[in-house]
Design a protein around this ligand. Structure first.
Ligand code: SF4
Length: 335
């Protein structure tokens, strides 16, 4: 009897024909930053250590997902890099049969020290959250005076040879909507991929529809200064990508509020508590942690996962209703 999961059963395809191939795993609900669009001002009730999935549990579940067609894993948080042993986890996930890519989303605060280790452990892709190129605004939105360290971290990731390095910019009216051209200029000599993300509602993040900077508005304002040329886009690709002739990097837009991409959604999420979420905005559907700790076999876990995928909705509700369903803070989901 081998301990490899039964690979004969089906791939994770929902009732809309979308195959789930991309697993986003939150490894912690803790963070060393206090970004206003992610962490509620009053903070959150942090989970007890034993409530959080161990690395062994994350690796076992990842093997089960991989046996059913998941080929990409992204580690998120909170801030994943502040959890001890994260390099070891990247290594063990990179060695799972069927996993082609292990990626990480980070606030960049540890990259200067850890980028080379991440690369050596098998990290394939990196997203760094950076919502402004102004030091004072950085401190305002993150609650931390760490702008220089994050900028050095981005360069350290490039030097370590991690590619792609993406920079996630949450576009918020009245905060950074005068910096779009500066961020595009930031891609001139750096092979980074800047993505502007429409502001999304999560518990406690002071979201309102009038704070969204719509995709079309961003595009128009950038085109006043740059020749943005659209790139072809795969159906399950999240970002609408553009290049600027002569720039080493590129620009993208994640438009979930004004032009959603739910029809090609291939993503499924695991929270730090081992809850399975088929959509970013809806509440978790079930606890794989409890099933696993309750003695479920890999086959039983796989059945629970595929049954849950069959409950996946077509997409997120419209902007009037989305606030009612999006009742968890971003820091507890990991984006
Ligand atoms: S909103 Fe939900 S269904 Fe739509 S793309 Fe995001 S995770 Fe997928």
């Amino acid at each position: 009897m081998t301990d490899e999961p039964d690979t004969s059963s089906s791939l994770l395809v929902d009732t809309f024909g979308r195959q789930q191939t991309y697993l986003r795993i939150s490894v912690t609900d803790r963070c060393n930053f206090r970004c206003k669009y992610c962490m509620p001002e009053e903070g959150i009730d942090l989970a007890e250590r034993e409530e959080v999935l161990s690395y062994e549990e994350i690796t076992r579940l990842s093997r089960v997902f991989a046996a059913h067609g998941v080929n990409k894993i992204r580690l998120t948080g909170g801030e994943p890099t502040i959890r001890k042993g994260i390099v070891g986890l990247i290594k063990s996930l990179s060695q799972i049969d069927g996993i082609d890519s292990v990626a990480l989303t980070t606030n960049g605060s540890t990259l200067e020290k850890q980028a080379a280790e991440f690369k050596a452990a098998g990290l394939c892709a990196l997203n760094v959250s950076l919502d402004t190129l102004h030091k004072d605004r950085f401190a305002e939105v993150t609650g931390r005076d760490e702008f220089d360290r994050v900028m050095r971290g981005i360069d350290a990731a490039l030097e370590a040879g991690i590619a792609p390095v993406k920079v996630n910019v949450v576009a918020m009216k009245g905060f950074n909507d005068d910096e779009f051209a500066d961020f595009v200029a930031f891609t001139k000599d750096r092979p980074i991929h800047v993505r502007f993300i429409e502001f999304m509602p999560f518990a406690g993040n002071q979201w309102s529809q009038d704070r969204i900077v719509p995709f079309e508005t961003m595009l128009t304002s950038i085109r006043e200064k740059f020749d943005l040329q659209a790139q072809d886009r795969a159906h399950d690709h999240v970002s609408k990508d553009y290049v600027v002739p002569g720039h080493a990097g590129k620009v993208g837009f994640i438009t979930s509020m004004t032009e959603d991409f739910c029809s090609g959604c291939s993503r499924i999420r695991l929270t730090a508590l081992g809850e399975l979420k088929t959509c970013l905005f809806f509440q978790p559907e079930m606890s794989l942690r409890d099933a696993m700790r309750g003695g479920a076999s890999d086959e039983e876990l796989a059945k629970l996962i595929s049954d849950t995928v069959l409950k996946k909705r077509a997409g997120h509700p419209d902007l009037q209703r989305i606030v009612q369903v999006s009742r968890t803070s971003m820091v507890a989901i990991g984006g």
